[in-house]
Write a protein that binds this ligand. Structure first.
Ligand code: URA
Length: 232
């Protein structure tokens, strides 16, 4: 692997900046200064240092995005902005993709990674990872809605698995909804089935991962080691 790629993969430093470090002679491979960013090194055997500090190679990156509305959960779209446009430049070479989809008008937690195996495990229909949404609805939640969600709702093409709904505001127009599937427009369709309508939808957790509320909409940050360990 090229040394500039290895360094970019192993730090939060952009590739351009890394090239400058290399040219300044701040990068060493097995105690020899490397001044050419295209030099190939062995990421498993060679001892690479940047500014005297050992660099540990990493292949994958895991980003938590607070998705704003107006972005498609994809890496490319012919017409509309996509969530990967919100990923800071220093992560661009990782070629991350969104784990699952939020609708274009849905806000909140979206995991972006280049770890295909993790994405597959989280998205597998068998895995039933809980996803919790903050919902604002046009009408108040009724007392029996919780039982309807718990029993599963026949949406025509499938019946939902047991889900939870809990009103959290006085007027009962704000609620927390937890589903363990991720079918197309699922929460919106479940609200239609109880004669209600979603007017604002924000995912606040997925498995063990909670949205960091200090992230502004459109911002992302890397998961901590603890978040990554608890995600599944
Ligand atoms: N349910 C929906 O209806 N939309 C989403 O984006 C996510 C869950």
């Amino acid at each position: 692997m090229r040394i500039d790629k290895l360094l970019a993969n192993s730090s939060a430093i952009g590739r351009k900046e890394i090239k400058q470090y290399i040219r300044k002679g701040l990068v060493m491979c097995n105690d020899t200064v490397i001044k050419d960013p295209s030099v190939h090194v062995d990421e498993t055997l060679d001892k690479i240092t940047l500014n005297g500090k050992r660099v540990v190679y990493r292949k994958f990156v895991y980003l938590m995005l607070n998705k704003p509305e107006g972005y498609v959960s994809a890496t490319f779209d012919k017409k509309l902005p996509v969530v990967t446009e919100l990923v800071p430049e220093q992560y661009s070479h990782f070629e991350v993709f969104p784990v699952g989809r939020l609708d274009i008008d849905t806000h909140g937690l979206l995991l972006l990674t280049n770890d295909g195996d993790l994405a597959h495990r989280l998205l597998s229909p068998k895995s039933h990872v809980d996803k919790t949404y903050f919902v604002k609805s046009s009408k108040p939640i009724k007392d029996d809605d919780a039982v309807i969600f718990e029993n599963g709702i026949d949406l025509g093409d499938f019946t939902t698995l047991p889900a939870k709904i809990e009103p959290i505001s006085k007027d009962k127009k704000e609620s927390l909804v937890t589903i363990c599937e991720g079918k197309f427009h699922q929460v919106k369709r479940m609200f239609e089935a109880i004669d209600n309508e979603v007017i604002y939808l924000k995912r606040i957790s997925m498995g063990g991962l909670k949205l960091d509320e200090s992230l502004e909409e459109g911002e992302c940050r890397e998961l901590t080691a603890e978040e990554l360990a608890n995600i599944e």
